[in-house]
Design a protein. Structure first.
Length: 474
C-alpha cells in the first residue's frame, strides 16, 4: 500500500502554484507547495491582472482584496527633452457589460498578488514550505517522489511544476522548450526595477522614447504602493548594472530627472524577452503550469494571467480525480485545452512586444475558450454564428433575481436552465439554477464547469447524464 506525504506536490510558490494550491484547498484536497527561495518573490514583475483573471479571483475569494490593494492603469505620458509631449493610451478601453462586468486590467505588483493568494491559502489550511530546493523527481505508476537539496524526500500522488521558465522539474522530465531561435525573441537586455523616486507625479505612466544614443525607458507608478517600476532597454551585449548608482545613471541619462531623485531600490532584475513553450504539458503524473510551460514577453501582460488560467483549469480536474469522482483520464484534457490557449497568448504577447498589435480585446482573455475539445459537448443544431456554445466562457448577468457569477462561485458545477421549463436531472455537486431567457445564452440547458466554461449544452437535458458521469458528477 502506498503512503503519500501529500496528494499534490506543487513546486513553486509564484502566482501559478499559489492559485492552484488555493483551488485544491477549497476542494479539500491535500497539497503542499515547496519553494526554493526563503520567501515569496519580492518584485513587481507581472503587474497587470486582466479581466478574465479578475473573474477567476472573484471565484477564488480574493477579488475584494485584489481590488483594495491595486488600482487602475495610469494614462501614459510621453516626455521629450524634459517636456510633456502628450498623453498615450496604453490599451483600448471598452465599456463593461452585464455579460462581461470587468473590462479594464487592474494594476497590482506581483509580490502583492502573491501575498494575497498566500494569505488566502493559509486561511484555508494550505501549507508552503520555503527553502526547499527540488533537485530530482522520479515517478512510477502510483506516484511521484521528489528529492531536495536539504530535507527528506516527499511522496505525492501527483506533482505540478510551477517553478518558472527555468523549471528544474521540466528539465528533469526531459521536456523541451520550443521557441524562436535561441528562445530569445529580442536579444536586447531589459532592466526592470522597483524604486522610490521624487520629482515625478503618480498620475501618469511616464514614457521616455529612445534616442540615437539610448534605448527607451518607462517609469510607472505602482498602484497601492509608494514605488515606481522602471523598465529600460539596452543595446545587445550590454552588461546591465543593477546597483543604485547604475539605475540612477540610467534614469538621469534618459530623462530630465537627476540621479538623486532615485532614492531607493526595492528590487531589480535584468532579462531578455523570450517566447517559448514546452513541447508538452504532462509527463505521467507530473504536469506543467505557468512559466514552466510557456514563457512570454511582459509587453502583452499575458504571462501571469495565462499562468493563473492554467492553475484554474487544472485545479478542479485534479480535485475530481483525487476524490475518486472522475477517472484519471480527465487529466488528459488539461494539455488538450491549455496548450493551444497558451500558444495563442504567446503569439499575442510577441505581437504586442513588436508593436504589431495594440493591447485590445484579445489581451483581456475573455474570448478564450475550449470549443472543439473533448469536454465541450454541444448537442444543439442550427445555432446562429454568434451563439454561445459549449466550450465558451459562461457570461455573467442578472435574471430572475439571480446573478450568475454568484451562482457559479465555488468549487461546484452549475446546472443552468435558461428560458425553459424542461426537466433537469439531479446531479450531485451541480446545483440547478433556472432563469428567464437571456440573450447572452439564448435558451436551453447548460452545464457550467467549476472554472466558468460551458461544458455541455442542449435544448433539453437529454444526454446530459452520460456527460456528467464522465466528469465525476453522476
Amino acid at each position: 500500500m502506498n503512503t503519500y506525504d501529500t496528494d499534490v506536490l506543487v513546486v513553486g510558490a509564484g502566482p501559478t502554484g499559489l492559485a492552484l494550491a488555493l483551488d485544491l484547498a477549497r476542494r479539500g484536497a491535500r497539497s503542499l507547495v515547496v519553494e526554493r527561495a526563503d520567501g515569496l518573490f519580492p518584485g513587481s514583475r507581472g503587474k497587470g491582472l486582466q479581466p478574465r483573471t479578475q473573474e477567476v479571483f472573484d471565484d477564488l475569494g480574493v477579488l475584494d482584496a485584489v481590488r483594495a490593494a491595486g488600482g487602475r492603469y495610469p494614462v501614459g505620458m510621453i516626455w521629450q527633452d524634459g517636456e510633456r509631449k502628450g498623453e498615450h493610451s496604453m490599451f483600448d478601453v471598452t465599456e463593461a457589460t452585464e455579460a462581461e462586468p470587468y473590462q479594464e486590467p487592474l494594476m497590482l505588483p506581483q509580490w502583492r498578488t502573491q501575498r494575497i493568494l498566500f494569505d488566502r491559502l493559509t486561511e484555508l489550511g494550505g501549507t508552503v514550505e520555503f527553502g526547499r530546493e527540488l533537485v530530482a523527481v522520479a515517478q512510477d505508476v502510483d506516484g511521484v517522489t521528489a528529492s531536495f537539496a536539504a530535507g527528506a524526500p516527499l511522496r505525492a500522488r501527483y506533482a505540478v511544476a510551477a517553478d518558472g521558465g527555468r523549471s528544474t522539474v521540466r528539465r528533469a522530465l526531459g521536456i523541451g522548450m520550443t521557441g524562436e531561435p535561441g528562445t530569445a525573441m529580442d536579444p536586447t537586455p531589459m532592466l526592470v526595477a522597483d524604486v522610490r523616486i521624487t520629482g515625478l507625479d503618480r498620475d501618469n505612466w511616464h514614457v521616455f522614447p529612445p534616442t540615437a544614443a539610448e534605448g527607451f525607458m518607462a517609469i510607472c507608478p505602482l498602484a497601492g504602493t509608494d514605488d515606481f517600476q522602471v523598465t529600460a532597454q539596452f543595446s545587445e551585449g550590454t552588461d546591465v548594472d543593477l546597483s543604485l548608482d547604475g539605475i540612477r545613471k540610467v534614469v538621469a541619462t534618459r530623462s530630465h530627472l537627476s540621479p538623486e531623485d532615485v532614492t531607493e531600490i526595492r528590487w531589480a532584475s535584468d532579462f531578455r524577452p523570450r517566447a517559448a513553450m514546452a513541447d508538452r504539458f504532462r509527463e505521467g503524473r507530473v504536469l506543467l503550469a505557468g512559466d514552466a510551460a510557456h514563457v512570454h514577453s511582459p509587453a502583452g501582460g499575458q504571462g501571469l494571467n495565462t499562468s493563473v488560467q492554467d492553475a484554474y483549469n487544472l485545479g478542479w480536474k485534479l480535485g475530481a480525480v483525487l476524490s475518486g469522482a472522475a477517472a484519471p483520464f480527465l487529466l488528459d484534457s488539461y494539455e488538450e485545452e491549455r496548450l493551444p490557449n497558451a500558444a495563442q497568448m504567446l503569439g499575442l504577447s510577441t505581437q504586442v512586444h513588436r508593436g504589431e498589435v495594440r493591447r485590445g480585446a484579445a489581451t483581456r482573455q475573455l474570448g478564450l475558450g475550449y470549443r472543439g475539445c473533448s469536454l465541450a459537448v454541444e448537442t444543439r443544431q442550427g445555432l446562429p454564428e454568434d451563439a454561445l456554445r459549449a466550450g465558451d466562457r459562461a457570461p455573467d448577468g442578472v435574471r430572475g433575481g439571480v446573478r450568475l457569477f454568484d451562482a457559479f462561485r465555488g468549487p461546484h458545477w452549475t446546472l443552468l436552465a435558461v428560458g425553459t421549463d424542461t426537466g433537469l436531472p439531479d446531479l450531485a455537486g451541480a446545483p440547478a439554477v433556472r432563469i428567464p431567457a437571456y440573450e447572452a445564452y439564448g435558451t436551453g440547458v447548460f452545464l457550467v464547469r467549476p472554472d466558468g466554461y460551458v461544458g455541455w449544452a442542449g435544448e433539453t437535458a437529454r444526454g446530459l447524464a452520460e456527460y456528467a458521469s464522465q466528469v465525476g458528477l453522476a
